[in-house]
Design a protein around this ligand. Structure first.
Ligand code: M6R
Length: 353
C-alpha cells in the first residue's frame, strides 16, 4: 500500500533509513559483534583467494561499491561481473573462488544462469537477496536477507542501499578493520534521514537542471564513479533522459566532445583522495558550457555547490550520495508527467535471459 505517497518509489526512498536500522539490529548485537551470519559463510570467504560478485542492473552497481569493502577490509581481490556477460563468457577463475550473488528479487534469469554454471563446477556461493526463498537463495550454498521489505517500484532504491550495508557487514566480519562499523552505519542512517528531509531541494535541482533536456551526465571518481553509474541508470530508466554515468577522468578520452551549452553534468564529490582532480574536470566541462550541479561532501564542499552532504566515513558515503540521485530521478520524472513506478518496456523482475 502506498499510504500517503503518490508513488512507491518515493515511499521506498523514504524507507531506506528504516532498512538501515533493521539491518543493524539484525546483524549486530548490543556489543557491536556480528550475529546472524553463519560462521561457515565467513570461513568460506576467508578461504577464498578471490571473490566474484555477480549481479545485474542496480544490484551490479551495489557490487561495484562492495568490492571496495571486501578488498580494503579482507585483503581478498574482488571482481564484480555483470551476470548476462559472465553466463556466456566465463572469465578465467582463480584456484579458490567464492561467489556472491546480489539480487533484490532472487529471480533474475541471467544471475540464475551463472549460479547454475558455477554449481556444476563445484564452486561455493552465497546469495544476498531481498526475497528469501527465491531461486537464487535456494540454489546457492548460503543465503542472507536484505530485509528491505517489499520493493514495488521498478526503479530499485532501498535494495541498493541495503545491499551496500550487507556487503559492508560481511566484509567487516570476514576481515580485520578497526572501523566501528555498527556505530558508523548508525551515523550514516541518521545522515540519510537528514538528506531525505531536504527532498524539496532535489525537486528544484531536477526541474532547473533537467527540464527541456534529453541528455545528462553523472561523473565522479572512485566510489563516486560507482555511484555515478547507478545515478545515471536511475535517471534514464524512469525519466527517459539519456544519461551516462562514468569515471570523471574518462571525460578527456572522448565524452567531453558531447558537452554543449547547458548540458546538465552532475558531479559527485565525496572522496578526498581525488576531490582536486574532480574539481578540475568540473571546471573543464563548465568551460565548455555545461550546467554543472555539484553534490559534495561537507569537508570537500565549496561555496557554489548545489547540495552539500553531511560527512560520514568516506567508504560509506555511497549510502548518502545515492539519495540525491534517486530523488533527482524521481522529481525529473514527475516533471515530465511520466509513471514513476512503471517505466515503459521494463519489468520489476527480469526472468528472461
Ligand atoms: O532483482 P535483481 O536485483 O536481480 O534485479 C536486477 C536488475 O534487473 C534491477 O536492478 C534493475 O536494473 C532495476 N530496474 C534498476 O532500478
Amino acid at each position: 500500500d502506498k499510504g500517503i505517497y503518490p508513488y512507491y518509489m518515493l515511499k521506498e526512498i523514504d524507507e531506506q533509513v528504516v532498512v538501515a536500522h533493521t539491518l543493524a539490529q539484525y546483524y549486530f548485537d548490543e556489543a557491536g559483534q556480528i550475529r546472524n551470519i553463519d560462521d561457515k559463510i565467513i570461513e568460506a570467504i576467508k578461504a577464498a583467494d578471490r571473490l566474484y560478485i555477480v549481479a545485474a542492473g542496480t544490484s551490479y552497481h551495489a557490487g561495484l561499491v562492495g568490492k571496495r569493502y571486501f578488498e580494503q577490509w579482507t585483503g581478498i581481490p574482488t571482481e564484480v561481473h555483470i551476470s548476462s556477460e559472465f553466463a556466456y563468457d566465463q572469465p578465467l577463475l582463480s584456484q579458490h573462488p567464492f561467489f556472491i550473488f546480489l539480487s533484490q528479487s532472487g529471480e533474475t534469469a541471467d544471475s540464475r544462469e551463472v549460479l547454475d554454471n558455477i554449481v556444476k563446477q563445484g564452486f561455493p556461493s552465497l546469495t544476498v537477496a531481498n526475497v528469501m526463498n527465491s531461486t537464487l537463495t535456494r540454489e546457492a550454498d548460503f543465503a542472507l536477507p536484505l530485509l528491505a521489505g517489499p520493493e514495488i517500484a521498478v526503479a530499485s532504491t532501498k535494495a541498493y542501499t541495503a545491499q551496500i550495508i550487507v556487503e559492508a557487514i560481511l566484509a567487516h566480519a570476514a576481515g580485520n578493520s578497526h572501523v566501528d562499523l555498527k556505530n558508523e552505519l548508525a551515523k550514516a542512517a541518521v545522515e540519510m534521514q537528514v538528506i531525505i528531509d531536504q527532498k524539496a531541494a532535489f525537486k528544484t535541482i531536477a526541474e532547473e537542471a533537467l527540464r527541456g533536456h534529453q541528455s545528462a551526465f553523472y561523473i565522479g571518481r572512485g566510489l563516486d564513479a560507482a555511484v555515478a553509474v547507478e545515478a545515471a541508470l536511475k535517471l534514464k530508466e524512469i525519466s527517459y533522459i539519456q544519461t551516462e554515468g562514468f569515471a570523471a577522468g574518462e571525460l578527456k578520452h572522448g565524452t567531453i566532445s558531447l558537452i554543449e551549452e547547458g548540458t546538465p553534468v552532475f558531479a559527485l564529490l565525496t572522496q578526498s583522495k581525488t576531490a582536486g582532480l574532480v574539481r578540475g574536470e568540473i571546471a573543464q566541462v563548465a568551460a565548455r558550457g555545461a550546467n554543472t550541479v555539484i553534490i559534495s561532501g561537507k569537508s570537500l564542499a565549496k561555496k557554489n555547490d548545489a547540495f552539500v552532504l553531511p560527512d560520514v566515513n568516506e567508504l560509506l558515503m555511497p549510502l548518502l550520495t545515492v539519495i540525491p540521485a534517486q530523488l533527482i530521478a524521481y522529481y525529473a520524472t514527475l516533471d515530465r508527467n511520466l509513471d514513476v513506478d512503471r517505466p515503459r518496456n521494463l519489468a520489476k523482475s527480469v526472468t528472461v535471459q
